[in-house]
Ligand binder design. Structure first.
Ligand SMILES: Nc1ncnc2c1ncn2[C@@H]1O[C@H](COP(=O)(O)OP(=O)(O)OP(=O)(O)O)[C@@H](O)[C@H]1O
Ligand SMILES: [Mg+2]
Length: 379
């Protein structure tokens, strides 16, 4: 990681600034489309980081909404403590965000590093995060209808595939979760938070590292042995897919204190071919059964306990696009409530065709070891 260290050093040399009012400039030799902000401007935009402007709080600090004097809306992440660890996270985030540009990744607009302040400025996402829609304040409004959920699944997969396969060196996100998928004004997904990201030098297939990330989303080999590779993100993405469909949390505490993960919860419905029970009841039956089956099967392939059996994010994007995308035009809405067992056969009468359709569309039969199938996991 010598190159990385040098890059970080360069990054700091050009941008760390002790003078609060001096402008922060992007690195001279590189073409970063960053804006220039002064601390004064950011303090003014966020009403002195007023509590009323606070959007939320994460492990590394708080995020504030702000509006510049020119009227632009911003989200400002203020790191809460400046120790070596936070400094590193800040440097990694700035370095990584500076080099990635994709329609499904949250763009960095600028940053400030001076005195005790470390601020990262992002585009403000008016529709907040998936978390707020699935489990938080906005969940009751149910703004995430089925087509939006499918679009978010494809968009976030595309953002992740870009990180894994198009950026050099490749980037493993390591903290894919609902609060890190933000939604713009059109409900397009923007994957955020690269502070945990890990750059992978060329030719390295996996690395052993201290476990970071969020419980419930961690791949078993990563949680147990710290083995990190792109397939750890694929696992987390599979959990996220199930969460998008069901609005269930990745881990839930059952009476008696036993914890159950979302795959353990969903698996019996897959085995009994009662996929409709997986769907968020707030959708009141307004979903497409064929798309549902496709996405659940992809989620199960992504969360295979053996990382070698998991698909790549490129494959996931292809499968999602051909399985979900191809049905957008012909999408039918299942109107009756899914809990009504007696009417299930009528509502989902084309079940047999669905599976054929699925395998024909995806051509997964020849995809050795990676065909989404009934999970035979040992958990
Ligand atoms: N650009 C943004 N626009 C709108 N909301 C944002 C933006 N960035 C972050 N948020 C929201 O602010 C909250 C805090 O984000 P933050 O990334 O600090 O923590 P987190 O994702 O909840 O947890 P972690 O620290 O583990 O990443 C989250 O709800 C997040 O969705
Ligand atoms: Mg976050």
């Amino acid at each position: 990681m010598t190159t990385m260290k040098n890059k970080l050093k360069n990054c700091f040399c050009c941008t760390f600034n002790e003078d609060q009012d001096q402008k922060i400039s992007p690195q001279k030799n590189r073409d970063y489309p960053w804006n220039m902000y002064t601390l004064k401007e950011l303090v003014h935009a966020t009403n002195s980081f007023h509590n009323d402007n606070k959007i939320g709080e994460g492990g590394f600090g708080s995020v504030y909404w702000g509006r510049t004097s020119k009227g632009a809306e911003l989200a400002v992440k203020r790191l809460k403590s400046i120790n070596a660890k936070a400094e590193m996270e800040f440097a990694v985030e700035v370095e990584i965000l500076g080099r990635v540009r994709h329609k499904n990744l949250l763009g960095l607009r600028g940053f400030y590093a001076g005195g005790d302040e470390r601020l990262i400025i992002y585009d403000y996402m008016p529709n907040h995060s998936l978390l707020t829609h699935l489990h938080g304040q906005l969940a009751a409004d149910c703004l995430l209808d089925w087509p939006r959920r499918m679009n978010i699944a494809i968009g976030s997969a595309e953002g992740l595939a870009y990180l894994h396969h198009e950026v050099t060196p490749h980037i493993i996100h390591r903290d894919i979760k609902a609060s890190n998928v933000l939604l713009d004004s059109d409900f397009e997904a923007k994957v955020a938070d690269f502070g945990f990201a890990k750059l992978i030098p060329d030719g390295v297939t996996h690395m052993t590292t201290k476990v970071k990330g969020t419980l419930g989303y961690l791949a078993p080999e990563y949680a147990m042995w710290g083995k990190v590779s792109e397939s750890c993100d694929v696992y987390s993405f599979g959990i996220l897919l199930l969460e998008i469909l069901s609005a269930k949390k990745p881990l839930e505490k059952l009476p008696g204190g036993i914890k159950r993960d979302i795959i353990q919860w969903a698996t019996p419905f897959v085995q009994k071919d009662t996929y409709e029970h997986i769907v968020d009841p707030r959708l009141k039956g307004m979903f497409d059964l064929v798309q549902l089956k496709v996405v659940v099967k992809i989620a199960l392939a992504c969360t295979d306990s053996n990382p070698e059996n998991r698909p790549s994010m490129i494959e996931v994007v292809e499968w999602l696009k051909s399985g979900v995308g191809s049905r957008r035009k012909e999408m039918h809405i299942v109107k009756d409530h899914v809990d009504d067992e007696t009417e299930d056969d009528e509502d989902f009468g084309d079940d047999d065709d669905d599976d054929t359709d699925y395998y024909e569309t995806f051509d997964l039969k020849n995809h050795s070891g990676r065909v989404p199938r009934m999970p035979s996991r040992t958990r």
